[in-house]
Design a protein around this ligand. Structure first.
Ligand code: NAD
Ligand code: WQD
Length: 346
């Protein structure tokens, strides 16, 4: 069995990807420092796939331990690198924390790979690199705009690091996947998003409000130049996103890449407004959501959705799940978390 290293594999997108990799017959080893995830996720993955993946707790921003890890695991065929900090607002407050973690980790991993002749990396990038695009849907060729946050800048710099490094190391392959807005959870409701503290993102805030953890959802602005005045995003089901990673790994291992550094948009190609997401949630959950329109959130763009034709054509991958399926799976996950909490209290 081919062994794949999944960094950040106990996190939100990583855990869903581990499940898809296991189901396609890949052997997986997870590395995570558990700074934004829990060790219990390993049991939850095992409950879905039947086996617990190998796991090592280590901080990839620490050079010696990372190089030591690679020296002990020279049989890894590809690395899917999710591990990073991702809170946009926090990155503005603490830029060095973000540059140190996100960039040191990537550099250490690349050194470990090069030292041990490990050739393939799939990297978690983001639609944030486009800022507010001039043309929609946005293609991979759209200009990269000045980053709106240190977090966004770490994604731009990481892509540059990968481009420059693959340029001089022809045996090294990188696929940068630019995710749009991942939401939802696995259909089993055994894994999902676990935001620490108050969620920054829309859908976890909706589900936490509906279940009573938060009193009210604030909708940040309804005076945008969009049909209903609220911003538009390309929400993608996390399982569709996870599947794209397996396809990317297959492409690398089967030597199907056209260049040794490729970039793909991962979205559905459809944009939905904040109010449309709320309406979908209310319909599938049968819950009336308490929300209020407030001022715009600084830094938010008006609208973005992906041109997915390159990923559809080249990867043979297409997002399949619609908005209602996304919001329903997010709600089932929130209900499962509430049930777990109740049983712990009893
Ligand atoms: P997440 O926080 O749930 O998962 C990231 C995991 O990485 C966590 O388990 C955390 O403990 C681990 N980690 C962080 N720094 C580490 C380090 N130095 N060493 C070892 N482990 C470390 O986040 P996610 O939503 O699953 O995001 C995964 C990746 O996708 C990130 O790179 C993120 O920037 C990117 N991304 C996420 C989104 C999104 O909306 N969720 C959108 C675009 C891109
Ligand atoms: C979506 C819409 C908000 C919360 C962020 C990162 C981006 C990428 C994806 C990693 C916006 C509105 C939200 C709330 C609201 N992550 N909203 N009330 O801002 O598109 O992107 O996640 O790479 O880098 O910036 O996602 O879920 O925060 O917001 O009205 O309580 O929901 O204003 O219009 P965003 P989001």
């Amino acid at each position: 069995m081919k062994k794949i290293l999944v960094t950040g594999g106990t996190g939100y997108i990583g855990s869903h990807t581990v499940v898809e990799l296991r189901q396609k017959g890949y052997d997986v080893i997870i590395v995570d420092n558990l700074s934004n995830s829990s060790i219990e996720v390993l049991d939850n993955i095992a409950a879905i796939t039947g086996t617990k993946p190998l796991f090592e707790k280590l901080d990839l921003a620490e050079r010696e331990v990372t190089l030591d890890f690679f020296a002990r695991h020279t049989d890894i065929e590809a690395v899917i690198h999710f591990a990073a900090y991702k809170a946009v607002g926090e990155s503005v407050e603490q830029p060095l924390k973000y540059y140190r973690n996100n960039l040191f980790s990537l550099i250490n991993i690349l050194d470990g790979m090069l030292e041990n002749r490990i050739s393939n990396m799939v990297f978690s990038s983001s639609c944030t690199v486009y800022g507010q695009p001039d043309e929609l849907p946005v293609t991979e060729q759209a200009p990269i705009k000045q980053a709106m946050s240190p977090y966004g800048n770490t994604k731009q710099i990481s892509e540059e690091i990968l481009r420059d490094t693959t340029n001089v190391n022809k045996n090294l392959n990188a696929i940068c996947l630019r995710y749009f807005n991942p939401i939802g959870a696995h259909e089993s409701a055994k894994i999902g998003e676990l935001p620490l503290g108050v969620p920054n993102n829309l859908v976890p805030f909706i589900t936490q409000t509906a279940i009573g953890i938060r009193p009210q959802l604030k909708v940040f602005g309804d005076d945008y130049p969009t049909p209903d005045g609220t911003p538009i995003r390309d929400y993608i089901h996390v399982v569709d996103l996870a599947k794209a990673h397996v396809v990317a790994v297959d492409r690398m291992l089967n030597e199907k890449m056209k260049k040794n550094c490729e970039v793909f948009n991962l979205g559905t190609g459809n944009g939905f407004s904040v109010l449309e997401v709320i309406k979908s949630f209310e319909k599938v959950a049968g819950v009336k959501l308490n929300y209020k329109i407030v001022d715009r959130r600084p830094g938010d763009i008006t609208e973005v959705w992906a041109d997915t034709s390159f990923a559809n054509r080249e990867l043979g991958w297409k997002a399949e799940k619609g908005l209602d399926e996304m919001t329903l799976s997010a709600w089932k996950w929130e209900l499962a978390l509430a049930e777990k909490k109740k049983n712990k209290i009893r």
